[in-house]
Design a protein around this ligand. Structure first.
Ligand SMILES: *[C@@H]1O[C@H](CO)[C@@H](O)[C@H](O)[C@H]1NC(C)=O
Ligand SMILES: *[C@@H]1O[C@H](CO)[C@@H](O)[C@H](O)[C@H]1NC(C)=O
Ligand SMILES: *[C@@H]1O[C@H](CO)[C@@H](O)[C@H](O)[C@H]1NC(C)=O
Ligand SMILES: *[C@@H]1O[C@H](CO)[C@@H](O)[C@H](O)[C@H]1NC(C)=O
Length: 333
């Protein structure tokens, strides 16, 4: 009772704090400075530009010396080139490009902005990520390329992003995750690829991802998985493969660090005794809404950390009698 009330109170306080922050931001937003289609806010820390057509021009003379964040939006037919960011501005840490139809970004475009930490290129039409587009961004931590209709990711597109921790490529249109496409992302922790049209995971598509913890491939069109692709990601702890059409799993899952495996809403047919038994750290596995007809009785016998097993809504031919090493997990069937 007390706890519930206290948490309600703290929620009210945090909402109030948020609206105060919003007010302060709004007040600080008016620096009275209007450039053609660009305006500063937050004491010139943020520069926002709209409806610009800078095909052969640059933004280097517009930007303020205190500017930390650049927002470009609603500008059609924009081609970002290396010269666009000239002269170099070194304070900039955040770059947003959004709602720009027919956006193009040339190779080496961001080389003049070595201190960028966050780039969001989202909600545009931006179909091709060219080789070396982000080269030189050795401090970049987060790259979001969501919702752009990307259908082509050239070899070496992510070359040089040695500090990148999070890469988001959701809601795009590419069909294949190509071999070596993430090869230079040694520091990557999270890779979000959900809502694409991915059909094929090429061998070695995860090559180089030696620090990857989270891989999300939900809502794609994958029909076949070779478990060997995950060997390149030895510290993977969360694997999301739900809402695909996976019918065939070639090989057994062997990721020793894996804790969460989500395979619901696929077309798996049976579960052998070796498919999951090497996943010695598995805590949670969801196999619901597949077409599983049978489980080997010892399919989970070596999984001493298993807490949750869900196999609801399958095509089981007979009652399931599973054996477990220690206490049985919570089963949803
Ligand atoms: C963008 O370019 C296309 C073709 O080059 C042209 O038809 C269209 O009018 C341009 N859009 C704008 C807003 O400039
Ligand atoms: C994608 O971007 C378009 C604008 O380009 C927007 O209308 C749409 O809501 C966005 N979709 C998602 C899933 O964010
Ligand atoms: C189950 O999988 C094993 C190994 O892949 C295969 O030999 C067997 O035919 C499968 N059984 C059914 C009913 O699909
Ligand atoms: C379980 O682990 C033991 C010891 O490592 C191994 O011999 C056995 O084959 C495993 N069982 C299954 C079903 O994988």
């Amino acid at each position: 009772m007390m706890d519930a009330r206290r948490s309600a109170m703290s929620r009210i306080i945090s909402v109030w704090c948020l609206s105060m922050v919003t007010l302060v931001l709004a007040a600080a937003g008016d620096d009275g400075q209007q450039l053609n289609d660009c305006s500063f806010s937050m004491k010139k820390q943020i520069l926002t530009c709209e409806r610009i057509a800078l095909k052969d021009s640059n933004i280097g003379n517009t930007i303020g010396t205190a500017t930390q964040m650049l927002v470009i939006r609603r500008s059609a037919n924009l081609t970002i080139t290396p010269g666009f960011h000239s002269p170099p501005f070194r304070l900039l840490t955040s770059y947003h490009l959004t709602e720009c139809p027919d956006l193009q970004v040339s190779p080496f475009s961001f080389q003049q902005l070595p201190n960028l930490k966050y780039i969001k290129i989202i909600d545009n039409t931006y179909t091709t990520v060219a080789s070396n587009t982000f080269y030189g961004l050795v401090n970049l931590e987060v790259l979001s390329l969501n919702n752009n209709s990307i259908n082509t990711i050239e070899t070496d597109a992510f070359n040089g992003l040695s500090s990148l921790e999070t890469l988001e490529l959701t809601h795009n249109n590419f069909k294949t995750v190509s071999a070596h496409v993430f090869a230079s992302l040694h520091n990557l922790r999270s890779l979000f690829l959900y809502h694409n049209n991915i059909e094929v995971l090429e061998d070695d598509c995860l090559f180089g991802l030696s620090n990857l913890n989270v891989l999300d491939l939900t809502y794609n069109r994958i029909t076949r998985i070779k478990t060997a692709v995950f060997d390149a990601a030895p510290v993977l702890t969360q694997l999301y493969l739900s809402f695909n059409q996976i019918e065939t799993v070639e090989g057994d899952f062997t990721s020793e660090k894996l804790e969460f495996l989500y395979l619901q809403n696929n077309k798996l047919r049976n579960v052998t005794d070796t498919l999951f038994n090497s996943l010695v750290n598995l805590v949670d596995v969801d196999l619901s809404r597949n077409k599983i007809t049978s489980f080997a009785p010892d399919a989970f016998i070596n999984l001493t950390r298993l807490n949750n097993l869900n196999y609801k809504d399958n095509n089981l031919e007979r009652p399931v009698h599973l054996q477990f090493a220690d206490k049985p997990p919570l089963i949803t069937s």
